[in-house]
Design a protein around this ligand. Structure first.
Ligand SMILES: C[S@@+](CC[C@H](N)C(=O)[O-])C[C@H]1O[C@@H](n2cnc3c(N)ncnc32)[C@H](O)[C@@H]1O
Length: 203
């Protein structure tokens, strides 16, 4: 019998541990390294479906915290009492009206990924458009001092994107978690401590 290529160590472990996707182990590694979550925080999860990052964030922020997830696809499984889902195309979202709907948050996490076309350049450009939109949303809704986690794909546009984050966050770290599939060009950038908009203008 042919082995299912997706049934790797992390997917089997996710099933055993009742996580909704294997991607949870990427966020877990990022959290262990950069101490992203604390009890009581408000978190915005962009591209949250099927829901493992929201599950993980909910378990970390606890009953006094809140997680708001946005995706084109519904989250079908109940996550926690403090989880709220919004069905939306992030590319169509106006960050200002999102701010008026949800208020400010302590952490923005984005695992947004476009449906792949197979054409490397097209996929890299679509992915970068999603990462830039996530950054724009974080510009509006993330509190000063807040943290931003963003999936990106290695491409010629990546240094420019990293530079944009370095102008917005006191520190920007890059990590390729162990759970990233072999051959994938995916890495994660983490903005630690968002610079106050006022301060950024004065620099
Ligand atoms: C890799 S999955 C996220 C997995 C999720 N972090 C988890 O742990 O369950 C990427 C998600 O991005 C969403 N997505 C892609 N483009 C989007 C868009 N324009 N607006 C909203 N969501 C989008 C997809 O629907 C998909 O659910």
């Amino acid at each position: 019998m042919k082995r299912n290529k997706w049934a790797d160590h992390y997917s089997r472990r996710a099933r055993q541990e009742a996580w909704l996707a294997r991607s949870v182990y990427k966020l877990q590694e990022l959290d262990k390294k950069f101490h992203i979550f604390r009890p009581g925080q408000r978190v915005l999860d962009l591209g949250c479906s099927p829901g493992s990052w929201s599950q993980y964030a909910s378990s970390k922020v606890g009953s006094k915290g809140e997680v708001i997830g946005i995706d084109l696809n519904r989250v079908e499984t109940p996550i926690s009492d403090g989880f709220r889902f919004m069905e939306a195309d992030i590319l169509e979202l106006d960050p200002e009206s999102l701010l008026s709907q949800i208020g400010t948050v302590d952490v923005v996490i984005s695992d947004l990924a476009p449906r792949t076309s197979g054409a490397r350049d097209v996929d890299a450009a679509r992915s970068m458009a999603l990462s830039e939109k996530a950054m724009e949303v974080a510009d509006r809704v993330l509190k000063p001092g807040g943290k931003f986690v963003c999936k990106v794909f290695e491409s010629g546009d990546l240094p420019g994107f990293k530079g944009s984050l370095q102008r917005r966050y006191r520190q920007v770290k890059a990590l390729r978690p162990k759970a990233v599939r072999k051959g994938s060009r995916e890495i994660y950038l983490v903005g630690l401590s968002k610079i106050d908009n006022q301060e950024a203008r004065e620099v």
